[in-house]
Design a binder for this molecule. Structure first.
Ligand code: ATP
Ligand code: MG
Ligand code: MG
Length: 570
């Protein structure tokens, strides 16, 4: 059953199935908080959770972890659904943690009745004082020994809205001297008189993450609750809550779930932690991404320079490249920073295999072939992919006036320059060999046209077609080319670790001023005709994608996804 690149989480699942745990079932969930857009790091969690469920015939829920009341997250909810689908996954069920608010509440009353939870009147500051430190044990809250009756009464009045924000919390009784600070009687409810986007004004007390998460997992029958390493120290609390609440042992609670229309395969899930995906040359905390958007440092969450999934999608990174990255990075407990060039390598690999080739010129210089009639016109046939005949062929119009790349001509070439020079020869891709005979210059002396003759014997199918010259350059027919807006994107930051603020600088100080350049180029008609989001290799230039939002065949817009080679290599 084990696939080629095994990892420890897959092995746990394999072993659990072999042992008949959870009746051999596998259920996972991806639990984003809808407080921002998903980023490349989330892709790792998505690929892992959906991947494991898919491999073992299990199910994976998309669960919005919306226990924090916030208002404006409809946009985030929609983008998260779209991004998960784009990555190639479909969820078994869509759930909201807020669907379970009543369950969380009933479980809290049970903890109170069992003498495991108490209402605490300490202020936030006092709670901190009582908590102790890493080296010093904490002290019991003076409210810890309240009677069950008083606790139930106060907790119900908290729910009823009798107390202001921060006046009281509900805490569980674990151990104020525990070496793990998470176990020092953590709060599981706080008072917040805030409207919730899903439950409106129904609640003014909200559960804390650790408490809500484990119960949500149990309610959904999650078998393997996969999360990132920072939750390792929270696992004892996760396990404590589930053990003390014992959902599977309380059929009446479970029945109340069924009554609410929840199919409830209640289970005791296992939390397993893995390391986060970190990338250099970018930031991936939602707070910082939000700041970039709000401060106008980028053009929105889906700016092609953003590490958000909607950003890299718009940039032209295929979903398959992100899945390949996650596969390559693997799943371990070791924290590491992956080089951005590894991701770019995955993008190149994917697009090299799957993107058709097209001709485009992004910094145009006119080349005129003087030994053809001015009105000469031909249709040439080009293969769409040099390594894959299945891509077929296309027609490329050719005429004596062409656009070539300005950097492919030099009047005074440096040593080793193998492209076009005065009196020199170069091959025009798919056409034949031209010789530079004459230059046209403007008043300032800048070259505006290169006049050449085409050697007819070197045209495809002719006797000299194989004649060797050093360089081959690309071109488009000036008469037929379509003007296109070309957005040349590069990395957003110019240092490997923009998060490093030890020198007093912040990520804002490390923005790459050249991360976006917009130029007007010329593209062959077959490129302009493409649908939005079609990716091409513009020969010799890089991989480009028709912009998802702005591209139109009569007004093409292309974004550069990656250059052909890694220009950041050390
Ligand atoms: P941030 O710190 O950027 O706000 P988060 O972890 O709070 O991220 P959530 O919306 O809670 O964001 O994340 C949903 C899931 O994705 C969680 O299970 C989380 O562990 C996982 N996740 C988030 N970032 C990464 C990452 N860089 N690598 C792997 N998994 C991640
Ligand atoms: Mg989170
Ligand atoms: Mg967060």
């Amino acid at each position: 059953e084990a696939p080629l690149h095994n990892h420890f989480i897959r092995q746990i699942v394999i072993d659990d199935r072999a042992a008949g745990k959870h009746a051999g079932q596998v259920a996972t969930r991806f639990p984003p908080e809808p407080n921002g857009y998903l980023h490349i790091g989330h892709a790792k969690s998505i690929c892992l959770n959906f991947g494991i469920a898919g491999e073992f015939g299990g199910r994976c829920n998309l669960r919005f972890d919306d226990t924090n009341p916030t208002k404006e997250d409809v946009e985030f909810v929609e983008s998260i659904k779209e991004d998960v689908r784009w990555l190639g996954f479909s969820w078994n069920e869509l759930r909201h943690a807020s669907d379970y608010f009543e369950v969380f509440y009933q479980c809290a009353e049970k903890l109170i009745r069992d003498g495991k939870a108490f209402v605490c009147d300490l202020t936030a500051e006092q709670v901190r004082e009582y908590r102790g430190t890493l080296t010093e044990p904490g002290r019991n809250s003076p409210f810890r020994d309240r009677s069950v009756e008083e606790n139930l009464d106060l907790f119900r009045r908290m729910r009823a809205g009798e107390f202001p924000d921060g006046a009281r919390t509900l805490r569980v009784k674990i151990d104020m001297s525990s070496g793990n600070i998470n176990l020092r009687d953590p709060a599981i409810y706080r008072i917040r008189h805030v409207e919730h986007q899903n439950t409106g004004n129904a609640w003014c007390i909200y559960p804390m993450y650790d408490y809500a998460h484990c119960i949500s997992d149990a309610v959904e029958g999650i078998t393997h609750s996969l999360c990132t390493l920072e939750f390792e120290d929270h696992r004892p609390l996760y396990d404590w809550c589930l053990r003390e609440i014992d959902l599977p042992g309380h059929p009446e609670l479970v029945q109340s779930l069924v009554d609410r229309g929840l199919p409830t395969p209640v289970r005791t899930p296992q939390q397993i932690e893995f390391s986060r995906l970190n990338l250099d040359f970018t930031v991936m905390s939602k707070r910082k991404l939000m700041a970039l958007v709000q401060e106008g440092l980028v053009d929105g969450w889906n700016d092609p320079r953003m590490p958000t999934l909607s950003g890299v999608r718009r940039r032209g990174f295929p979903a398959a490249a992100l899945r390949a990255l996650c596969e390559r990075v693997g799943v371990t407990k070791q924290n590491s920073v992956i080089e951005f060039s590894v991701l770019e390598g995955c993008v190149r690999e994917e697009l090299d295999a799957n993107a058709a080739r097209r001709l485009a010129v992004i910094d145009p210089l006119k080349l005129v072939i003087t030994n053809l009639q001015a009105d000469h016109e031909e249709t040439l046939t080009f293969p769409n992919h040099p390594k894959n005949e299945a891509f077929g062929n296309r027609s490329v119009p050719f005429s004596p006036e062409l656009w070539i790349e300005r950097e492919d001509f030099m009047e005074v070439p440096p040593k080793g320059f193998h492209r076009l020079v005065p009196g020199g020869e170069v091959r025009l891709r798919g056409v034949g060999i031209v010789k530079c005979e004459k230059l046209e210059k403007d008043a300032s002396g800048a070259v505006i046209e290169v006049h050449c003759t085409l050697d007819p014997e070197t045209r495809p199918g002719h006797s000299g077609a194989d004649r060797k010259v050093k360089g081959t350059i690309h071109w488009v027919s000036a008469r037929h080319a379509i003007a296109a807006e070309i957005r040349l994107y590069d990395r957003l930051f110019n240092v490997a670790d923009p998060d490093d603020d030890s020198d007093g600088k912040t990520y804002r100080d490390h923005l790459n001023p050249d991360s976006k350049r917009v130029v007007q180029g010329w593209i062959e008609p077959a490129a302009a005709r493409a649908d939005a989001e079609t990716a091409f290799q513009f020969e010799r230039l890089g991989y480009f994608v028709a912009d998802r939002y702005d591209h139109r065949s009569d007004k093409p817009v292309f974004n550069r996804a990656v250059t052909l080679r890694d220009s950041w290599a050390k």
